[in-house]
Write a protein that binds this ligand. Sequence first.
Ligand SMILES: *[C@@H]1O[C@H](CO)[C@@H](O)[C@H](O)[C@H]1NC(C)=O
Ligand SMILES: *[C@@H]1O[C@H](CO)[C@@H](O)[C@H](O)[C@H]1NC(C)=O
Length: 436
Amino acid sequence: MEVVALVLLSVLLGGLVLLLLPVWGKKTREGSETEPSAQIANGQAVPEKQPTKKQKQQKLRKEKIQQHTFTHPLLASALKAHSGNVTCLDFSSNGKYLASCSDDRTVRIWSTKDFLEREHHCMRANMEFDHATHVRFSPDCRAFIVCLANGETIRVFKMTKKEDTFIFSAAHGDFQKKHKASIINIGIAETGKFIMTASSDTSILIWDLKGEILASINTNQVTNAYASVSPCGRFVGSCGFTPDVKVWEVCYNKSGGFREVCRAFELKGHSAGVCGFAFSNDSSRMATVSKDGTWKLWNTDVEYKKQQDPYLLYTGRWSGKEPCRIALSPDARVVAISSVSDITMYSAQTGEIEEEFHSVHGQVISDLAFDTSNKFLVSTGDRAIRVFHNTAGYRAAISDMKDMFKKATNKGTKDRLQQQIKDAQSALDAVCKQRN
Ligand SMILES: *[C@@H]1O[C@H](CO)[C@@H](O)[C@H](O)[C@H]1NC(C)=O
Ligand SMILES: *[C@@H]1O[C@H](CO)[C@@H](O)[C@H](O)[C@H]1NC(C)=O
């Protein structure tokens, strides 16, 4: 009897807590807003309110206890505003913004031109009753999409520019939940024609922007470890338990109507499962990292429609510690691999280790990306986003230009290259000066 009563009581109490939770959640969110209008729309851009001195001290004390510290001469800045772990980063294709999402129920939009400033302002979009696990900018930078953790689906947010800030508003109706397993990545094609979602089973879905499914892909890789849309917007790639990376082309007819998803090419050469891959900005190079303890750089600038296969340019070793992620600079000159909470940067030309950063984040690195100008590498894995100078990229660019200078015969070209080398060298010197 007593046991029954106890169970009943706990069920009742549990129900009460559940009932109260959304109300409480809403209260605290509204309470933290600064503008009345922010309470109406779903996720408003509100400049952060200046905390009082007491709040500041409390915050400082809290941070001292909880925040992982990391310093390095090549660290350009640390972006801090999230109060929960950051899970995904995305640069807008115009290079102006970086988006981050976190389990603190916000997406933050940072201005890349602030990276070298002392203060880093960000704009905040709230995720009502949920949080985003992934975030991607639309190609025109007038919207972003998120993958919702609880909803397990896609929500579109419009970004309306108002003076020097954005108003964020959720589009009506989330996409339907279609995946049977958890979503591991999302993407929007640079052409603005499709959205991709990939789940941890073997499925990838291609959607139009309104949320209708255009195609469903079975990767046949036992489990998907990673999948993404190429920055040029033509391809979707996937890797998983099998040692190959598969790449598809999403094809449209002459009048722009969706036609089909067809196999483009495969990267074959690893001897164990592939953990991740990355494209250069024009998809002419790809980098892969595998459980076999190597990373590989591939030339994918081939006519696959004429049965040409991509070919291997380089194989390098890495520690092989998982979880890992790989990033390739847009110009394909530098490969960065994170291993647990460390990062190593390699020259894509020689395979040599260029830089090593240890214990960059308090937890496993959840995302790693180069900015569109090849100047910075950003990483996250706790509440902070760290921005590194891509000195390896500067050195590789200078070395390429010196080679071109030697080969050039035209005086105009030689003069132009000489000036470019000088400029790049002084930019690198400026970064290294900060280092000392
Ligand atoms: C292109 O695709 C659309 C939608 O699938 C279709 O309605 C249209 O007839 C196609 N046009 C051509 C020229 O094939
Ligand atoms: C790729 O990056 C290179 C160098 O950073 C740049 O010159 C080029 O325009 C970019 N191409 C695309 C398609 O974005």
